[in-house]
Write a protein that binds this ligand. Structure first.
Ligand code: NAD
Length: 475
């Protein structure tokens, strides 16, 4: 009798352990882990994955997202290092931190709160439904972090995605996507929730824009791709370029202003679209502000050094009337010490930020430089500061920052600049929940107006009305 019982137990245990090993039923593109060279194939695989996800409960979306979060957090050092080695721009510690915080703070399915109207005529429920397969274009400045944030938000909304990454960040994009899909497939049996084009080109981006199977596009990048998306004829969420100005008035806490500007403008060597790019300081506190910057650890360049750096760091593109200044690729995202060398100055290797006084016509003011040198412009008063900040923000309506304790000045600037993010008395990233309130995403939709993207950005409203019943408070 005893022998029979233990035999049964061991057979049951063996069967259970074998069941755990049974691979999920294979579908057409299973085992590709989201990696494709052909846009049509990628869209088909993402469509198949969308259909499977649509038949699953919301709890399964949450589980899929948990895998993305876990990998982003647990493997941030390995993947961040991979991104740094491939792109060769920015700072390793921040490449690592970006993956970790996106894993931790990107909002998930909890954002999908339904709205309800109830009354004499019954019940109306407004729910948030997916679009389907979303085409995503991602930048070199945050290749895998943007994919991570997009994937969490889009899958939370019930969508799947096909990503055309920046060619200079494609390897880490592919590796991250492979890891996310593999973990999700092994747990849930759905592969290809996130598809990526292994050899991305402008042609593959355009094929994605034009593809009938793509319900919506989300681009994160500079002016050219923002324009292309807006002209694509598809519903587009466009996270475009910025040139965030900072205003410092005579009432500001200058110590805090200096610390904040250094933290924001040096983060990942100023690659963030929200990073402080030029500073307007009122005459009355200008010299003190410059001293505070030095005290807080930034290195001040003199005008001759700034001229040399400008020669090296700013170049021109375009023809005829379209010719304009841009940041030189060779110096984008490089360390402050590298910029200093180009300026003819030697600074400690761990210097976070260079700065110096320029007039408003120095190209560092209008150009989105994406490197750790910030020009400081002396202005008469806060009105001139706000006027110039507005002019050099170029109407992107992206991000603006003020350091002041005068709420009237805050209000004036907020109204005048009309930006998506407006930060008072902190570094830029506090607007993304890092040291401030709110939540994070690395796709901040500016021209199309969705703001810091969330799962709701990637959903359609659907309304369900029941007439005259289920209003349980009525007669
Ligand atoms: P980029 O514009 O060079 O490239 C972005 C992506 O668009 C890449 O995948 C690139 O291959 C693709 N692309 C470029 N031109 C295209 C075109 N004509 N058609 C189709 N695809 C095209 O930008 P980048 O250097 O990778 O990233 C930096 C830029 O992105 C900055 O301007 C920055 O402000 C912006 N950005 C904005 C946000 C935001 O949330 N608003 C976030 C990150 C970066």
């Amino acid at each position: 009798m005893q022998a029979t019982e233990s035999l049964i137990r061991s057979v049951v245990e063996q069967v259970l352990s074998e069941v755990g090993k049974i691979p999920p039923l294979k579908q057409g593109y299973d085992g590709r882990y989201g990696i494709f060279n052909d846009v049509d194939e990628a869209v088909s695989a993402a469509t198949e994955a969308f259909e499977q996800l649509s038949r699953r409960p919301i709890a399964d979306r949450k589980r899929a997202i948990e895998h993305i979060r876990r990998i982003s957090i647990d493997q941030c050092v390995e993947l961040g290092t991979m991104e740094m080695e491939e792109t060769n721009i920015g700072r390793l510690e921040h490449k690592i931190e970006k993956l970790k915080v996106l894993g931790e703070l990107t909002p998930g399915v909890e954002f999908l709160k339904s709205q309800v109207f109830s009354g004499d005529h019954g019940l109306c429920v407004i729910e948030h439904a997916p679009f389907g397969v979303i085409g995503a274009i991602t930048p070199v400045t945050h290749s895998l972090p943007t994919i991570t944030g997009n994937a969490v938000s889009m899958i939370a909304g019930g969508n799947t995605l096909v990503v055309n990454p920046h060619p200079s960040g494609k390897r880490v994009a592919v590796e991250g996507v492979r890891r996310f899909n593999k973990a999700i497939y092994q747990d849930l049996g759905i592969d290809n929730l996130i598809c990526v084009i292994e050899e991305p080109t402008l042609d593959s981006a355009n094929a994605l824009f034009a593809h009938r199977g793509i319900a919506m596009i989300c681009v994160t990048g500079g002016p050219a791709v923002a324009r292309a998306a807006l002209n694509s004829g598809k519903r587009a969420v466009v996270a475009g370029p910025g040139n965030p100005p900072v205003v410092v008035d005579e009432t500001a806490d200058l110590k805090n202003a200096a610390r904040s500007i250094i933290r924001g403008a040096s983060y990942d060597n100023n690659l963030l679209c929200i990073s402080e790019k030029e500073v307007f300081v009122v005459e009355k506190v200008f010299d003190r502000m410059m001293d505070e910057m030095e005290r807080a650890g930034a290195v001040r360049l003199n005008s001759r050094e700034i001229d040399r750096l400008t020669q090296a760091a700013i170049t021109q593109v375009g023809e005829g009337a379209h010719r304009h200044d841009v940041a030189a690729k060779e110096l984008i995202g490089k360390d402050a010490a590298v910029l200093a060398e180009a300026a003819g100055r030697s600074v400690p290797k761990d210097t976070e930020l260079l700065f110096g006084e320029t007039d408003e016509f120095n190209p560092f003011v209008p150009v989105e430089q994406m490197m750790p040198f910030v020009p400081f412009v002396r202005v008469r008063d806060v009105d001139e500061a706000i006027e110039k900040a507005k002019y050099y923000e170029h109407g992107f309506r992206h991000t603006a920052i003020i350091h002041t304790t005068n709420v009237t000045n805050m209000t004036k600037m907020g109204r005048a600049l009309d930006t998506t993010l407006f930060v008072k008395n902190g570094p830029c990233m506090s607007a993304l929940g890092l040291g401030g309130e709110g939540y994070i995403s690395f796709s901040i939709a500016t021209p199309t107006g969705e703001g810091v993207t969330s799962p709701l950005t990637f959903t359609r409203e659907r309304r369900c009305s029941l007439i005259d019943d289920l209003y349980i408070l009525g007669k």
